[in-house]
Design a protein around this ligand. Structure first.
Ligand SMILES: *Cc1c(COP(=O)(O)O)cnc(C)c1O
Length: 489
């Protein structure tokens, strides 16, 4: 069980310390020649001793929870353990100090790594070519949909194919990136069993459809078993199929998006293929495509002719989607992870993740509805929507207050009071049992307790509505509004 350390820690700039470093201050002149336009009038650097700075950051880290602290069952996030060897390799000087403008002759090792990673991802997805450029899953989606756009523009069908069909269980980024890429979003409902309603799907997919975009297993953790029928139907209408492969833990090594009939795939290396993530980064969302879409990929692509090159410009490229070659450090981590695991390791991770998920699903189902088909893949969604049941948000706060990290809540949108649970392969039976026990306990406690929780944390009850309607994300904004309580030690 995790207990957050609670410190009254001020901002680093508000910690008063002994001056140990001679740095120019307000009013003092820099001796270095800094061009006028670049020189700042005021330099906001404090003068704390090293030990004050270290203590400050260590305290902050002790107030934090991460995959190295404990079980972290956030659904649709794949918060798995990230082997430390990944960081060791990414920190090798040759990788860490590399510069993207170096001559390719001098960085053959790095290019070989990128080339090999591309090969691994081709095998895992079944796609014919891959770009490693996108810096996140959502950017991968935008890249993939820009390729859809360019493809139909090239075929002179873009004026008719205006729509992307998306199930109502989709991750919010799917309709968002479709819209950003200039398409209209057509949403289709799911049936009681949690899979796409085939009849409604056939009504929605027409000659106006540019792409059908889906994640499989879907966000309920259910494998869409009619996927081949859907793929054939969408193809028969001339549409492309987009696979949101952010979470591949449930299928990797068992099947591929290519086998399911998809034309475009994005992966989240920062989920399935390790790399610590959260708080906005760092990420990597490579995009794979089938042969007929290769020419539209972002440039440059890697090639090999006895030597590695990174200057190939596909003839109909959509352009660049990120500077240089993507988030190199994340790519090194993913390469290391896949190389260390091997096919057998990835299969084992897949099987363990699915087994863990179904173990928890079966236990939780004893006291809480788990909608949709019984057998789930890497995750499942329970619904705290029965009579006299607490709200999902209250359960989450109760868990956190009791030293257990909460699952994802209120997503997917089609399940009321959703608790989306993804244990991943990195969970022990004891951790899963404790989680289950704490959820069971939450269902029994009197409602008044929820009104007060959480009580054991640094940040207690917050006003969710105010926080999302009037966000004050920076200290500067809070100071302006007079809401920031300065604590000077
Ligand atoms: C996480 C996720 C995304 C978005 O990925 P980001 O890297 O956060 O942009 C898209 N689809 C699904 C199913 C996801 O779980």
């Amino acid at each position: 069980m995790y207990h957050q350390a609670v410190f009254d820690e001020p901002l680093i700039l508000d910690i008063k310390g002994r001056r140990t470093l001679k740095i120019p201050h307000e009013g003092e002149k820099f001796s270095a020649e800094i061009p006028g336009v670049m020189a700042r009038e005021k330099l906001e650097i404090g003068d704390r001793e090293e030990f004050s700075v270290i203590r400050h950051y260590v305290k902050l880290s002790e107030m934090n929870f991460g995959v190295d602290t404990g079980f972290y069952p956030l659904g649709s996030c794949t918060m798995k353990y990230n082997p430390k060897i990944n960081d060791e390799i990414a920190n090798l000087e040759g990788f860490r100090m590399i510069h993207p403008l170096q001559d390719s002759n001098d960085v053959q090792g790095a290019l070989k790594l990128l080339y090999e990673l591309t090969g691994f991802l081709k095998k895992i997805t079944g796609m014919d070519e891959i770009t490693l450029q996108p810096l996140a899953g959502a950017e991968g989606e935008f890249t993939g949909l820009s390729i859809v756009r360019a493809y139909f523009e090239c075929k002179k069908e873009l004026n008719v194919r205006r729509e992307v069909v998306v199930p109502d269980s989709a991750h919010g980024s799917n309709p968002a990136s479709s819209h950003m890429a200039g398409f209209d979003v057509v949403q289709i409902p799911s049936t009681e069993d949690g899979t796409v309603d085939l009849e409604k799907f056939k009504e929605a997919v027409t000659e106006k459809t540019a792409a059908f975009m889906i994640t499989n297993p879907n966000t309920l953790g259910i494998f869409e078993d009619k996927i081949l029928e859907m793929a054939n139907y969408a193809h028969s209408k001339g549409a492309l199929l987009y696979y949101d492969g952010a979470n591949l833990n449930g299928i990797m090594t068992k099947t591929t998006p290519a086998k399911m009939g998809f034309d475009i795939v994005h992966l989240n290396l920062h989920k399935t293929f390790s790399t610590p993530h959260g708080g906005g980064g760092p990420g990597s969302g490579p995009v794979g495509v089938v042969e007929k879409l290769k020419d539209f990929l972002p440039y440059p692509l890697l090639t090999y002719d006895g030597k590695y090159h990174i200057d190939y410009v596909p003839p109909k490229t959509i352009g660049k989607v990120a500077s240089f070659y993507g988030n190199f450090g994340v790519l090194v981590r993913a390469w290391t992870y896949i190389k260390m695991m091997g096919e057998e390791g990835l299969r084992d991770a897949c099987e363990s993740a699915v087994t863990n998920s179904n173990y928890m699903r079966k236990k939780i189902q004893e006291f809480m509805p788990v909608p949709g088909k019984t057998i789930k893949k890497h995750e499942f969604v329970a619904s705290s929507n029965g009579p006299n049941m607490p709200k999902a948000g209250d359960i989450a706060k109760h868990l956190i207050d009791n030293g257990v990290h909460a699952p994802t809540i209120y997503f997917p949108l089609i399940v009321p009071e959703a608790l989306m649970i993804e244990p991943t392969e990195s969970a022990t039976k004891a951790e899963m049992d404790l989680f289950i026990e704490k959820v069971r306990e939450a269902l029994k406690i009197p409602h008044e307790i929820f009104e007060k929780e959480p009580v054991n944390l640094k940040v207690t009850k917050i006003d969710d509505v105010d926080a999302s309607k009037n966000p004050r994300p920076t200290v500067r904004m809070m100071k302006k509004l007079g809401e920031f309580k300065q604590q000077v030690i």
